[in-house]
Ligand binder design. Structure first.
Ligand code: ATP
Length: 235
């Protein structure tokens, strides 16, 4: 039999009060994949990542980790399983230095290849700025801290929410060039991204969301631009 996917979403519904943001959403992520999730503003991408990581509560059986339901777990319990979130807006600890923010990520107690030295090798500018307040960094550098903090927990899956949002093209390129060095060695990634070209260039598979539903699933290298436009804009 095939092993269970590392992550399975089955019939996920998500609500904010009376508003339903996700409808019966299903997807799967195999170990070692980079899965891109694209979709217009408000399609539900952030809600999906928040549901997986336990920040939004959902039906216990709608998220499975290696075949085991985790929907009833708290966010900290899910993180301890090896699921790390790079949240939208980065959410660094503003009163702490770059290095202190990274060290907090390393408090997971999980073993693995990631430590301060390795994060600094990935993003050398962070080592130069290690003792500065995280708020004194540029947006792109703060995004590097947020990614580094997630990696410091030595996760099996990293969920990244629009890591290129609002950043200069040169910084986006730097971050995307670092991705292969991140997802090597068996780390699995789910990448929410508004930039379709970027998303397709680094991912193995892609899901498109439209108004809370999966409107397309495909292989990133072979999916057609027309199909993506239809799935993205609903035209
Ligand atoms: P964006 O690219 O703009 O971040 P998204 O695809 O990540 O969009 P979500 O942030 O998941 O979309 O939002 C999905 C829907 O849920 C939107 O219609 C949004 O207005 C709504 N929504 C999100 N957060 C809340 C909230 N805290 N309360 C009420 N509605 C919300």
């Amino acid at each position: 039999p095939m092993p269970d996917p590392i992550l399975t979403i089955e019939g996920l519904n998500a609500h904010y009060g009376d508003f339903q943001a996700l409808y019966d959403l299903s997807m799967h992520v195999e170990a070692g994949e980079v899965v891109a999730v694209i979709g217009a503003n408000g399609a539900g991408k952030t809600t999906l990542l928040r549901s997986i990581s336990g920040l939004l509560r959902n039906a216990p059986a709608s998220v499975l980790w290696r075949g085991t339901p985790i929907g009833a777990m708290r966010a900290d319990q899910i993180a301890a399983q090896g699921i790390a979130l790079v949240p939208e807006g980065r959410l660094l600890f503003p009163s702490l230095s770059v290095e202190e923010n990274l060290i907090i990520g390393g408090q997971s107690g999980r073993k693995g290849p990631w430590n301060l030295q390795r994060v600094y090798r990935l993003f050398p500018v962070l080592e130069e700025r290690r003792n500065q307040a995280s708020t004194s960094l540029s947006g792109g550098q703060q995004q590097m801290v947020a990614i580094g903090r997630a990696l410091m927990s030595n996760p099996d899956v990293v969920l990244m929410d629009e890591i290129s949002l609002g950043l200069a093209p040169v910084i986006i390129r730097q971050i995307y060039e670092a991705l292969p060095g991140i997802v090597g060695e068996g780390l699995t990634a789910v990448l929410v991204e508004q930039d379709i070209s970027k998303a397709l260039s680094v991912s193995t598979r892609v899901y498109c969301l439209q108004e809370g539903r999966v409107s397309l699933e495909g292989q990133s290298q072979t999916v057609s631009r027309d199909d993506i436009s239809r799935a993205y804009f609903g035209v």
